[in-house]
Design a protein. Structure first.
Length: 423
């Protein structure tokens, strides 16, 4: 087995381990979502916060010299979108190995304190393929000690971004011209991939975008226009401007998809926070008509619930006869009830002193300028409707489970009750 094949084999094994760890982490989060929400995680479902400050997304690009070029590519790729601000936060000749030169984990605290960022794009590795000094000992790249030490620094950086509720996209390194540099890049990508999966960042693989038909490094390839152009610089590590545009395209695809999901979620009132829901629902709330002064102290009689049959002159032949009814601006046609049907309906006892509640209106914007309107009414059991007050929207089970992602307390003895010892 060649050295390159060995590294690819090991990379697949590490990738499988990373995916398994990510699944375990996701399972742990699903078992205790209250703890996650208690730490300030928002209740929205999209990866990007759908409610940025000022309706504009500030996207910071962190990294080394590769990160600088990536920022240029992203800036050009999204230059027509006025709702996105791309901020250049990359710095040449830096990384997670030489913390004595520039400590990213210390600097990121200052950046997050002084700036408001909703999205972070990260790309490191141009100068990190070297030995790392830990506790006075030099650790060679690829060793388990180096992997643990380097991975801890990467993980700290991701956790600080995710802890600030920043959608984080970690861009993997591409293939390099030198076999030794390619091997080091695979080692770094293994760490980036694993730490991104485990800590809630999105890893973007760029390796296959800059190889030839045999899977080897190629300085030339199709650019964004489909023409074969030079994409890599003379050092076999960096890119030409066309290459950075293609590199940015890998991020652009993922970013545009998540931005669309976030913007679509803004159009659903139930997906907003509680203050947003109150604002939207009050806009559609209907003011009930005030009762007449003479009827304010009177209890409704049983006859008030009776169904009135049409006059003899209005009744028409057959069950298919229709009568027109005006509801708002809509004309409805309903079958005319016969005297027999009305008499049978009036034989059913009617409840007295029934407290009814107005239905709640929920709207959702649809493509083409249309708006879907639905109503949620109280339960049909009138005895329950009169005795149980209607919970606020944000406290109802369907909103807490389906919208906010909470896990309700299970009933004792039910299948989802995992208390030990069992009751």
């Amino acid at each position: 087995m060649s050295l390159s094949a060995y590294h690819r084999y090991r990379s697949r094994g590490a990738r499988a381990i990373a995916i398994a760890m990510a699944l375990l982490a996701a399972l742990a989060m699903s078992l205790a979502p209250q703890a996650v929400l208690a730490q300030g995680t928002p209740a929205h479902r999209s990866y990007i916060n759908p409610f940025p400050n000022g309706d504009r997304y500030r996207i910071a690009v962190f990294g080394d010299s590769l990160g600088e070029g990536l920022w240029e590519g992203l800036y050009r790729a999204f230059e027509d979108d006025a709702t996105l601000d791309f901020i250049q936060r990359a710095k040449k000749s830096t990384g997670f190995v030489r913390t004595d030169n520039y400590d990213w984990n210390a600097e990121i605290d200052k950046t997050l304190k002084d700036d408001s960022i909703q999205i972070a794009v990260v790309m490191f590795g141009a100068t990190d393929s070297q030995a790392l000094k830990q506790d006075g000992k030099w650790l060679k790249i690829g060793t388990e000690e180096w992997r643990d030490a380097y991975g801890a620094r990467v993980e700290t950086f991701i956790k600080k971004l995710r802890g600030a509720n920043i959608a984080t996209y970690w861009v993997g390194l591409p293939v390099m011209r030198s076999p030794g540099q390619s091997s080091d890049a695979e080692q770094l990508n293994d760490v980036f991939r694993e730490k991104a999966f485990v800590n809630g960042a999105k890893y973007i693989d760029t390796w296959d975008g800059f190889v030839d038909e045999s899977g080897r490094f190629s300085a030339y390839g199709p650019d964004m226009s489909g023409q074969t152009k030079r994409l890599r610089a003379d050092d076999g590590l960096h890119f030409t401007m066309r290459g950075y545009l293609k590199l940015a395209h890998f991020v652009e695809k993922e970013l545009r998809k998540d931005l669309k999901l976030a913007r679509d979620e803004r159009n659903i009132p139930l997906a907003g926070n509680e203050e947003e829901q109150v604002r939207v629902l009050n806009r559609f709330a209907q003011t009930p008509a005030a009762p007449k002064a003479t009827e304010a102290t009177e209890e409704p009689a049983a006859d008030d619930f009776a169904i009135v049959a049409p006059e003899e002159g209005e009744e028409q032949e057959g069950d298919k006869a229709l009568q027109q009814e005006q509801v708002g601006d809509v004309s409805l046609f309903r079958p005319t009830l016969s005297n027999t049907t009305v008499q049978a309906a009036n034989l059913t006892p009617r409840p007295v002193n029934v407290t009814t509640t107005e239905p709640e209106v929920i709207t959702s914007e649809l493509p083409g300028g249309f708006t879907a309107v639905a109503t949620i009414s109280a339960v049909t059991d009138l005895s329950l409707a009169s005795s149980r007050p209607l919970l606020p929207l944000a406290q109802r089970p369907y909103y807490r489970v389906l919208i906010r992602g909470e896990q309700l307390e299970p009933k004792s003895g039910r299948a989802d009750d995992f208390t030990w010892p069992p009751g």
